[in-house]
Design a protein around this ligand. Structure first.
Ligand SMILES: Cc1cc2nc3c(=O)[nH]c(=O)nc-3n(C[C@H](O)[C@H](O)[C@H](O)COP(=O)(O)OP(=O)(O)OC[C@H]3O[C@@H](n4cnc5c(N)ncnc54)[C@H](O)[C@@H]3O)c2cc1C
Ligand SMILES: *[C@@H]1O[C@H](CO)[C@@H](O)[C@H](O)[C@H]1NC(C)=O
Ligand SMILES: *[C@@H]1O[C@H](CO)[C@@H](O)[C@H](O)[C@H]1NC(C)=O
Ligand SMILES: *[C@@H]1O[C@H](CO)[C@@H](O)[C@H](O)[C@H]1NC(C)=O
Ligand SMILES: *[C@@H]1O[C@H](CO)[C@@H](O)[C@H](O)[C@H]1NC(C)=O
Ligand SMILES: *[C@@H]1O[C@H](CO)[C@@H](O)[C@H](O)[C@H]1NC(C)=O
Ligand SMILES: *[C@@H]1O[C@H](CO)[C@@H](O)[C@H](O)[C@H]1NC(C)=O
Ligand SMILES: *[C@@H]1O[C@H](CO)[C@@H](O)[C@H](O)[C@H]1NC(C)=O
Ligand SMILES: *[C@@H]1O[C@H](CO)[C@@H](O)[C@H](O)[C@H]1NC(C)=O
Length: 503
């Protein structure tokens, strides 16, 4: 009986102390941002938290999967820069990443002609130099789109090469347009705001660090401290509920609690909710997800910031025919002829193809090539079946390269599908012409909703990061930022509660 009483007492006091001491926190989304927030909170002794994740896996847009014998990234793949990059800083001491080789590829027309590499290298270097250094195009230097700024530079560069007739120039501009919208996923470089480049911070150093035989998914284990020492693992996974799609975030209650409802009808009551779903999800669902509706400024930011698309197709081969020349080649970009583009455009099933940038090597994975499909092409391809994509890709490869290479048939293919997935609705955010026109900003998106002086709904995620949006390091930084917001809030509350006693 006594034992029973003690047991009961502990049970009750345990529950009570949990409720009064530690605030109830719900994190929506177990991507890089949500996991970073959870890890930071747990490290600071905020135990009373739960992560609700809609997918049947963690990681979100970090998605490393097994393909052939390799780990491949259907989402984020490279660490963009070193200095000031929180993702790089986490892994730098672990020696698990590797530097990229210089961008060195061949440009072939879609009908199989190799363009003089001396010319394509010069133009590409001019583009990249402009993009990385002078391309801090401040607003006053170039008021309009990135496309308009770069087009001028490239046209100047074309003049150096009399071989480039108008036809080739037009095709090259399309190619660089497709490259640019690989960085900022608009449908065209004329829709990317040049002004954005004065806000986005490029971390100094290697812009494409790879993970050797691993994938970017390793960062999740590093954040949860599962890697490199499994004994130090934080209980992030234990606090994550998978297949839990949040359908309602109700912050109308007078006691300032928030009721979070999932698709299966379960309800979670929290003092604070950290939202991390992509901007694509917010654009599609902000009207139905929140009660009461979000403040006007927040809605403006959700509508005004850009969110776009890209698709990756990985091909596995049982040999390395593409590396037969053993040069420093890193892939093959496609120069689509205008006629070819028009032909592809006439059929909804092939329309995606002219947005394909080319076939590229995957470092440390020697039997793979991947195709990057930019912008609108990445939306169109979601309606095409894997079998069709396989055949189209093989055709494309042969048309381009079979004159110069012994092209073999791929043994397997895997492709991403970010646009159609309602838990993503695209790839990453960017600043469009509309963003500038409406004066929308990541900062507005990141503002928490405050009730009675306390942040009740907080916003993390890649798109809320003013300087590092569109990246994994931006997502991690945003998760930490929101965790810190709560940590410092309770530091303040604790110290004001304590102050009468310490006086
Ligand atoms: C193809 C591709 C290539 C990329 N390449 C790079 C790269 O090389 N380097 C780089 O730094 N970045 C890259 N990125 C960007 C990077 O992946 C993202 O910026 C980052 O992973 C975003 O993390 P996040 O936590 O903000 O969002 P997410 O990863 O989207 O996490 C949000 C989570 O919320 C979940 N969710 C959504 N709705 C709900 C709901 N209603 N209820 C519950 N859960 C929900 C989602 O399933 C998801 O898991 C790439 C992205 C893509 C798609
Ligand atoms: C402050 O309060 C929070 C919640 O009330 C608690 O989890 C945390 O341990 C406290 N921190 C300190 C430093 O006392
Ligand atoms: C880092 O890892 C690479 C590849 O595994 C290895 O060759 C190298 O010696 C390692 N460097 C250090 C300093 O441990
Ligand atoms: C491109 O070629 C021109 C003329 O041949 C040369 O002056 C210029 O430095 C080259 N630019 C780059 C980036 O290689
Ligand atoms: C432009 O140059 C390419 C490559 O030399 C050639 O195939 C094409 O016919 C030329 N086009 C015109 C319009 O001269
Ligand atoms: C997760 O929960 C299980 C079962 O309760 C436990 O054995 C394990 O140690 C927990 N993991 C972490 C990292 O706390
Ligand atoms: C293609 O195969 C033939 C016959 O085996 C060989 O002679 C040739 O060198 C190969 N070409 C390339 C580019 O590998
Ligand atoms: C490699 O793939 C080709 C095409 O699928 C096949 O014909 C060939 O037998 C394969 N070779 C090996 C060694 O598996
Ligand atoms: C744009 O927004 C910023 C901050 O949100 C504000 O300071 C500025 O005045 C706004 N400018 C215009 C033109 O609305």
């Amino acid at each position: 009986m006594l034992y029973y009483m003690i047991f009961l007492f502990c049970l009750i006091s345990g529950t009570i102390s949990e409720d009064t001491k530690s605030p109830r926190i719900v994190i929506v989304g177990a991507g890089a941002s949500g996991i970073a927030a959870a890890a930071k909170l747990l490290e600071n002794d905020f135990q009373n938290l739960i992560i609700l994740e809609a997918e049947n896996r963690i990681g979100g847009r970090v998605n490393t999967v097994k393909f052939d014998e390799y780990a491949v990234d259907l989402g984020a793949q490279w660490i963009h820069g070193e200095k000031g990059n929180v993702a790089y800083e986490l892994v730098a001491p672990l020696n698990i990443t590797d530097h990229s080789k210089p961008m060195n590829d061949e440009v072939y027309t879609s009908t199989g002609e190799l363009i003089d590499t001396r010319i394509t290298k010069n133009i590409t270097d001019t583009y990249l130099t402009y993009f990385e250094t002078t391309a801090k195009f401040t607003g006053d230097k170039c008021q309009r789109s990135v496309g308009e700024c770069i087009e001028h530079k490239l046209k100047d560069c074309f003049k150096k090469f009399p071989e480039l007739n108008e036809t080739l120039q037009e095709q090259l501009l399309w190619l660089f347009n497709m490259m640019q919208i690989g960085f900022d996923p608009a449908d065209s470089w004329y829709d990317i705001a040049a002004k954005a480049y004065s806000e986005y911070s490029i971390c100094e150093g290697d812009q494409a660090m790879n993970w050797r035989d691993r994938g970017y998914g390793t960062i999740l284990d590093v954040l949860m401290k599962k890697f490199p020492n499994p004994e130090e693992e934080l209980p992030v996974l234990n606090k994550t509920i998978l297949n839990a799609e949040v359908t309602k975030v109700d912050y109308s209650s007078e006691d300032n609690s928030v009721k979070v409802t999932t698709l299966d009808g379960k309800e979670y009551i929290a003092d604070h909710v950290i939202m991390t779903p992509s901007l694509g999800v917010l654009k599609a669902q902000y009207e139905t997800l929140f009660n009461p509706p979000l403040p006007e400024l927040k809605i403006k930011a959700i509508k005004g910031l850009g969110f776009g698309n890209a698709c990756k197709i990985f091909l596995a081969f049982n040999d390395t025919w593409f590396n037969a020349k053993k040069t420093n080649n890193a892939g093959f970009r496609i120069l689509w002829t205008k006629e070819e583009r028009e032909k592809l455009d006439s059929n909804p099933k092939t329309r995606w193809m002219s947005y394909a940038l080319g076939f590229f090597f995957v470092e440390h994975k020697p039997r793979l090539l991947y195709v990057w499909v930019s912008g609108k092409g990445a939306r169109l391809i979601d309606d095409v079946t894997d079998e069709e994509i396989f055949d189209q890709t093989v055709q494309m490869l042969n048309n381009m390269l079979s004159k110069d290479y012994n092209v073999t048939r791929p043994t397997a293919m895997i492709r991403s599908k970010w646009y159609q997935n309602k838990h993503f609705r695209g790839t990453y955010s960017f600043q469009s012409i509309e963003t500038i026109k409406t004066n929308s900003s990541a900062l507005q998106l990141s503002e928490p909703i405050i009730k009675m002086g306390k942040p009740v709904i907080l916003f993390g995620g890649e798109a809320t990061n003013k300087h590092y949006y569109s990246t994994v390091h931006g997502a991690i930084g945003s998760g930490w930022r929101e965790a810190e917001r709560l940590i410092s809030l309770y530091d303040k509350i604790n110290s004001t509660n304590k102050s009468p006693m310490t006086k």
